[in-house]
Design a protein around this ligand. Sequence first.
Ligand code: PHE
Length: 547
Amino acid sequence: MDSSGPEKREHWGSKLGFILAAAGSAVGLGNIWKFPYITYENGGGAFVLLYLVCILCVGFPIMIAEFVLGKVSEKDAVGTFGVFRPDKKIFKFIGIIGVFTGFIILSYYSVVAGWTLEYTLKSLTCNEFIVEKVDYNSPELKKAIFNKHGVYDAAAKADILKNAGFTDDKTEENWKAFLDSNDTAHAAARLSIFDEVIQKAKTDLGEQKFEESALMISRQQKASEVFTNHLAKGTPMLLWHAVFMLLTGLIVFGGISGGIEKASRILMPLLFLLLGGLMIYSLTLSGGTEAIKFLFNADFAKLNRHSILEALGHAFFTLSLGMGAMITYGSYLKKEDGVVSSAITVSILDTLIALMACLTLYPILFTFNTEVSGGAGLLFITLPALLANTIGGSIILSIFFVLVAFAALSSTISLLEVVVTYTDDEFGWKRHTSTIVNSFVIFLVGVPSALCFGGNKFFTELTLLSKGDTKLNWFDSFDYLASNWLLPIGGLLIALFIGWMIKDQAKTNQIKEELGSGFYPVWNFLIKFVAPICVAVVIANKIGLIE
Ligand code: PHE
């Protein structure tokens, strides 16, 4: 029996509420952490353009598809496929992959979101990050200075290696072994090379610049140490993960208009204000102009094949597409609320926030002239290292982590809502039971993600998947599986389904009516051909079918 007929279904209180909630789902760690990082890695402006093309040609039509599937069917991410194709139950499988994906993403996303809470507290005092004096005798510092300033070509490397007693000519392998601090046999030779580079850097840069550079390196090392220690603490990691799941559960518990919409109405404007404020502050720093140039100057030489894959993959993640989050949110829309204008607003807001995050982070990076270290490094290492040691930096840093936590929370509620709506609609559970049970199970699934960075020996050593030659721990396996495979595959299947599989003319007419007769053909072309072909090419490329 169907216990959730249209007349009983909850609705968003207003269209604005819906837009804020959907934008809240889209805006998350993807915008503030991942986008600035991958854009930085891919050389700035040209990547931004590429990304915009992906949003426009693939993300935007799929978002409309998801909204429309939800709105017309008034069903969860699985049930919707049954409404459009009651004759073929197999299509429900697309939704099941989606719910499963939501489940996994939330389990590790909540762990990172938990870090932002702890980092908010750490930032209030900033004690742990402060380095005032450089310890020039520290071998790690010497190595870091060497890595930054010691530039050798292959011939020079071969020369050094020969002097240090290496006999064969496998230069790169030997070079790595030589620089490894476990290689005690060449410790003296190594240190003398380090010292040589340090002397050279001193002369090249001048005493003052060199000291500044060394201080910056020490601060990064300190912040990196703090981060490693933070990750390795089992109980606090679990606790913060639990706290974040609890917050998420509490909001979802309140329902669509009373919980999610209410929270989004507070979180989103605050997030926008805080980020706007920080961005203005950042742009006044000396690195501001360089940041703007970097972000808006398109240098296509910096792009490669890999950039395209990355841009398209990220378009899915950042718009929360391919797993039914937007189907679920769409299913609570009122008849009169249009999907196209909502999708336009959500895509623009999401992109705007991603660009604002870049304009907040890059000026800081350029002002201090530092490199970004790794993915998580940007938020949890580089930023504290740079800001904690400046006047007022502690306030800026705390605000920053609060805003990241807000962004994450408005995304985790949408992930949980996918699962909750599913168990409500398909199994007739009550919202309260669904929320409690699902939050708890997802918390449990996330436990290994919280403990696999040193918190627990077993989970730290456990590897599930591998990416190329690298074995991935639980957390990275889940992230890799979800964002590289499940979301694009889900998105492809959703596009193919709505583009090709709906045979019922009445349903097609309903979709047409939702989109308007002028826009429908454009969307239809994008969803039938452009989006699936782009995604299929990316997936084929990943599998190695095409080079
Ligand atoms: N869009 C969110 C972000 O950018 C992540 C997310 C993916 C949320 C899928 C919901 C569904 O961080």
